[in-house]
Design a protein around this ligand. Structure first.
Ligand code: PRP
Length: 213
């Protein structure tokens, strides 16, 4: 039997996903070592293999079939726009994609002013302002600590993930508009969904009953 390969977004999502697999009886002892630098873990009994990738690369591995399945945030799925199937909402990693900024920027949004928007998610930001709001904006791509942008005058607002809201609060920023809810999703390669349908279905069904508990 060939390995069924899962690409996991490294970090919290990967840890939670591996814990779910463990509950299903698919364990990877090596993955539990907090000091391990290994990227690939194998369960020989079930012929399942996991690898840890940077979140934004997970849809790429799945689209090309280097992984049959992936677990990654909805934010990354939307941003990467890859040709993959999203088959399940795992219900963890819940947060929201929002337009944020100082309260004073609310007016700039409602009056359709030409503004600058900083984001790690230029595609999500572009689609939102163009298609949902019909507002002309300049998108500035950043790679982290996006909350800095409106504070230091790089942009009027940001498009970013809000989880607890504490980063915003501690930097004097507010949620101005909500774009969409986010959570961890299972994605599947197009060919794998057909060729490995049975095995994938069984795993998804088991996951589903576990997350409903
Ligand atoms: C994310 C996000 C916000 C923060 C939101 O950043 O971009 O900055 O978490 O979480 P909160 O609402 O609970 O405060 P991350 O920690 O991934 O770091 P980064 O800004 O360097 O990308």
């Amino acid at each position: 039997m060939r390995y069924l390969t899962f690409a996991l977004a490294k970090g919290r999502l990967a840890k939670k996903t591996l814990a779910l697999f463990e509950q299903m009886g698919i364990t990877c002892e090596e993955a539990k070592d907090p000091d391990t630098r290994k990227l690939i873990f194998t369960n020989e009994e079930h012929k399942v293999r996991f690898f840890l990738a940077k979140a934004s690369d997970v849809p790429t591995y799945v689209e090309y079939g280097a992984a049959d399945c992936g677990v990654v945030g909805k934010d990354t799925i939307l941003e990467e726009g890859r040709s993959i199937y999203e088959v399940m909402d795992l219900g963890f990693g819940k947060c929201r994609m929002c337009v944020c900024g100082p309260a004073s920027a609310k007016e700039l949004l409602s009056k359709n002013e030409i503004i600058r928007v900083a984001s790690k998610y230029p595609n999500i930001a572009t689609t939102y302002f163009r298609e949902q709001k019909n507002q002309t904006v300049e998108i500035i791509k950043l790679n982290g600590s996006v909350e800095l942008a409106p504070i230091v005058g790089l942009s009027e607002v940001i498009v970013d993930i809000v989880e607890t809201g504490s980063t915003l609060r501690e930097n004097g920023l507010d949620v101005l508009e909500e774009i969409c809810p986010l959570s961890a999703r299972v994605v599947v390669n197009r060919v794998s969904l057909k060729m490995e349908h049975e095995r994938i279905r069984t795993i998804l069904d088991n996951m589903n009953s576990l997350i409903k508990e």
